[in-house]
Design a protein around this ligand. Structure first.
Ligand SMILES: [Zn+2]
Length: 459
């Protein structure tokens, strides 16, 4: 007897796309002079009439944020619009004092992009629908009987990347998202720190009859997920939930849902608005911006800043997938490796001798010394073999319970606000605490025992 998931996937296939929000790390906010570095600052200390949405305050666009967005768009092979304009998107919510968000609806920075991602059977093209620039909203802080608003985040430059529904399983999506995070970090345009909310993921999930080319008549959007593993879990959960309804001959509702990390379930939030509800109109306070061909040509992306290209090149050198990720996610290690490649090609040892004098982190030093020994002793067939060996030897993905308990205690002590939020029933706070745990640990492990430990400590 096949399981429920198998029964569902025998008749239906996943239709999956993403909306990804990334905060840009420009010093200033999108339309004013306030600092954009809002995280952990005392509430409402980085605001002005513009980002507080006072009547009569005039927004002035941040040129650097536009350049950063164009860089991302170029790396994703988008067609860049010479003519760009901002629009007002109207909706009422307490974190948006103006009653509208300034975004780009009619003339986004880029459209029609594409990238290739590695899959189990070769490479697959993912199309990018559009990429545009907007402002972030304020942050609501829920307490037991009241809600407070912090406007420090209001007006921080925010890029939205929308993909086409080209993913056919959650692991393809995870690969894409990891490459995208590495991209914005290598470009130096965002820290893409998911625990701080500077990279937020929203999968659009639906199912259609197997082999059908039509888009399903509904779409479920899961809001603001802040970890790749939770994205995978949310998608797996939705496949089962929607599949059950479809097997009964019902159509799942078009809606927005939230993901509860403690149960691994999604829960309905609100019915999704259709586009015209937002009454988009061109922002009258900001003149349109016209880029010349020359100006756009000046904004460039190096091959070595683009993990979508790096992955392919490293794989063509027969480097294992795990070792490729190590290089892509660790810029210094990648640079060290490149220097060994260069030294080998040129037969010039001076290139690597200099490494000894450089200021490296312990992990990076270990890596450099390993390659150096390999290099002098010729103990491996090639640098690529040495890299694979290094990765296999030092890879660790297990953790003992004692370490979990110790770090959980530290995180609880250092984050009283999140602990209070959690105790007041705010499930998101747990997601934050788990994120802080991972930051301290600095490597990836299964999140389940960590969640359990937090629940135990906080019950
Ligand atoms: Zn401001």
């Amino acid at each position: 007897m096949p399981g429920l998931k198998e029964q569902i996937l025998e008749r239906f296939e996943l239709v999956l796309g993403f909306e990804i929000h990334i905060e840009l790390s420009t010093p200033k906010k999108m339309f004013c002079e306030c600092s954009a570095s809002w995280f952990n600052k005392p509430p409402n200390t980085q605001t002005c009439p513009v980002c507080l949405g006072m009547p009569g305050a005039l927004p002035v666009p941040n040129k650097q944020a536009l350049n950063y967005t164009i860089k991302i768009a170029k790396a994703l092979n988008c067609k860049i619009n010479h003519f760009q304009q901002f629009d007002r998107k109207h909706y009422f919510y307490p974190d948006l004092p103006k009653g509208y968000q300034i975004t780009q609806f009619y003339h986004p920075v880029g459209v029609k992009g594409h990238v290739e991602i590695p899959t189990q059977n070769g490479y697959k093209t993912i199309r990018i629908h559009r990429i545009h620039l907007e402002e972030d909203t304020g942050k609501l802080v829920h307490q037991k009987d009241k809600t407070l608003i912090d406007f420090n985040r209001s007006g921080v430059p925010l890029v939205e990347i929308v993909t086409e529904p080209d993913f056919s399983d959650p692991y393809e999506a995870k690969t894409f998202l990891k490459l995208l995070r590495a991209l914005v970090r290598l470009l130096g345009v965002s820290d893409a720190d998911m625990e701080k909310g500077s990279m937020r993921l929203e999968p659009n999930i639906s199912l259609r009859p197997k082999g059908s080319k039509k888009l399903p008549p509904y779409k479920v959007e899961v809001k603001n997920i802040n970890s790749f593993n939770f994205v995978v879990k949310a998608i797996e959960y939705e496949i089962i939930r929607q599949g059950k309804l479809l097997l009964q001959g019902k159509t799942p509702a078009q809606e927005t849902r939230g993901f509860d990390i403690s149960t691994g379930k999604t829960l309905p939030q609100r019915r999704k608005e259709v586009a015209q509800d937002y009454r988009y109109l061109p922002e009258p306070d900001i003149p349109p911006i016209e880029f010349t061909e020359k100006e756009l040509a000046k904004i460039t992306v190096d091959k070595e800043q683009n993990p979508f290209i790096m992955y392919k090149e490293l794989q063509s050198k027969k480097i294992d997938s795990d070792a490729i990720w190590f290089l892509i996610e660790n810029q210094t290690a990648y640079k060290i490796f490149q220097r060994f490649v260069e030294a080998t090609q040129k037969g010039d040892l001076a290139i690597i001798k200099k490494l000894k004098e450089e200021d490296l982190l312990p992990d990076e030093r270990k890596f450099a010394i390993f390659l150096m020994n390999t290099f002098y002793k010729k103990s491996y067939k090639s640098l690529e073999d040495a890299l694979n060996e290094y990765y296999n030897r030092y890879r660790k993905d297990t953790i003992d319970q004692e370490t979990i308990e110790k770090i959980v205690k530290e995180v609880i002590k250092e984050n009283p606000q999140a602990v209070a939020d959690y105790k007041n029933g705010k499930e998101n706070a747990l997601q934050f605490l788990v994120g802080q745990f991972m930051r301290k640990l600095k490597r990836k492990i299964d999140v389940k025992p960590v969640i359990e430990q937090f629940r135990k400590e906080l019950s």
